[in-house]
Design a binder for this molecule. Sequence first.
Ligand code: S3P
Length: 451
Amino acid sequence: MSGHGDPLPMTALRGGPLRGVAEVPGDKSISHRALLLGALSVGETRITGLLEGQDVLDTARAMRAFGAEVTHGGPGEWAVNGVGVGGFAEPEDVIDCGNSGTGVRLIMGAMATSPITATFTGDASLRKRPMGRVTDPLALFGAASHGRAGGRLPMTVVGAAEPVPVRYAVPVASAQVKSAVLLAGLNAPGQTVVIEGAATRDHTERMLAGFGAEITAEDSAEGRVITLTGQPELGPQRIAVPCDPSSAAFPVCAALIVEGSDILVPGIGLNPTRAGLFTTLQEMGADLTFENRREEGGEPVADLRTRFSPAMKGIEVPPERAPTMIDEYPILSVVAAFAEGRTAMRGVKELRVKESDRIDAMARGLEACGVTVEEDEDTLIVHGLGPGGVPGGATCATHLDHRIAMSFLCAGMAAKKPVGIDDAAPISTSFPVFEPLMEALGARFSRGESA
Ligand code: S3P
């Protein structure tokens, strides 16, 4: 829901090694999509391992507002009785997507080809983020939208009464835009085609196929061409959500930089469109072992063992890898600060329009912790100080951004002096058990800005 309560300052102190098993919660991207596609199918979809973070809970509430029945069983267990493609009812009130760009953009897509009107809002972070990247292609289907200057929320979307299918080349590497167009294409007659220059996470395509839609993807000179046949009847599914690699990144990266650590993350999602961080860490010299590789719920998974890696070196992270690790640059920049030499992260300008301007947020916080950083519009360069070499001793601003908050707490676990954050509350959007999970591994936190 939009707005947070009082800020929750928190500090991480250097402690002993991190050891044990980290049961990381379900994947945020897959959780949103499971609720949405469940709501657009006819019959009861059963989900296990759903992420019960605020972002996903906000999407569950929104699906109820559009007419689906969404019920909570035990922990992570949810059932969705859907209304079918084209069956969304008009919500009676404003849809509040809280902090979630994925939630609002995918829901806008899903309702844009039904003859209903909905008004969307979110918290102070989401109200700053651009929605034009989604409403531009939705207009091609026949939907209208009216928002604040710059295409900002609150925004009203008037769905197309007689939608037409579209062919759309996505101008930015964005799975949210691609997914919004595909979800809109569900209720347009004929074939909707989306072309993406760089492959982004493909959970929507995989799940649409699982729910029975006719969808194909092929690589061409233009890029990846995805073709969806509209107005299918989607059948209910059983979905087991794998652990979120973007959340697992925090205990994994903390273990790499905290002396003596050795942890295991079971069942981590390793979809190749999400796994760029692990390739990067291995190039830096990280000690990662993938055990028991298998497939769960249509997604590749493995158990990941991570050990303290004092010999990590800075590298060039190539721009073409950015879509496969877009949410992991904040925590990578912390690892880079504890590696020897310079790590250059290029082609990352999309970070400027995430929950916060993540290049700016990481650069300012790392500098406050005594790390030398260079940045330009599309690049972040961190000059590493080696294992245990980061001075710390600062309080970092998190700008309502869960990943910035968790990144600086991880820095504090290995820095010479404690590292504080001004607000840990947003962590609950994606990783509500971060604090107890990290403490169980051996991390030391205190409530308040300085120890
Ligand atoms: C997401 C796509 C990415 C990512 C976000 C989740 C998704 O955003 O940053 O956390 O679930 O589709 P963009 O599509 O804006 O790159």
